[in-house]
Design a binder for this molecule. Sequence first.
Ligand code: GAR
Length: 229
Amino acid sequence: MSHKPLPVAVLFSGRGGNLKAMALSAENGQLNIAIRCVVCNQPSAPGITHALSHHLLTHVIDHRQYSDRQAFESRLMEALDNAQVELIILAGFMRVLSDDFVNHFAGKMINLHPSLLPKYRGLDTYSRALAAGDRQHGSSVHLVEPELDNGPVIAQYRLPIKSGDTPESLAQRLAPHEHRLLQAVIALFADRAIQVKSRQVMFNGQPLRQALLLDHDIHWPINDQEQIE
Ligand code: GAR
C-alpha cells in the first residue's frame, strides 16, 4: 500500500550526517517522507549547510539566546507545532528536553543514540564501551520518553569491536550504519508498519516485544557514497 509522504521534522546539533542521508533518500524517492522543517540549536553546526543545500525550511534556535530552558523549548515547540509533523527525529540533537516538552509530543518523537541501549545512556558511549571491554557496540533508535535515553527501543545495529579500536575509529565505523538504521526505522513509520498507541510501539499491528535488528529483521541498503569498512 502506498501512503502519502510522512511529514517529519529533524533536530540536530552538529555534523548533520544523518540529516544529509535522509534528505538524499527523500529526494531520490527511497524514503517516503517530507522533511517539513529542520531545527538546529548550534549556529555554527556544519549540518546547517546540508539543510540549506537541500532547500529545507531551517530554524536555527540557539538555546544560549534564551533566558531559560522553558523559553528555548517554547520557541522549539512553536516551530514544530507550526510544521504539523507526524514524526520528530532527533538525529544528533544534544540538548536534554524537559518532561513537559517530551509529553507534548508523546509517541511522535524518536532518537538515535550511539549505544546498544539500555547500555550507556548519556555521553561518551564509545569510550565507555571500550573501557568495559565490550566485544560489540552499536546504535539504537528509541521512542523518546521523559527519562534520558530511556524510551522503548525500536531497532538496533550491532557493530563488532576490533582490537585497537579507539572511540574515534568506532564512531567512524558506526556512522554509515547509523544512517541506515535510522532510515530503516523511519521507513517503517512511513509505511505505517510501526505505529505508537498509548506509548506502546506496535509493529505490524502487534506490540513490539524486542528491538528489531538491522540486517536481520529490517534492512536498508548501503549508500554508494558511504565509506563502509
Ligand atoms: C550520531 O552518532 C548519533 O548517534 C549521536 O550523534 C551523532 C549525530 O551524527 N547522537 C547522540 O549522541 C544523542 N545522544 P550526525 O550529526 O552526523 O547525524
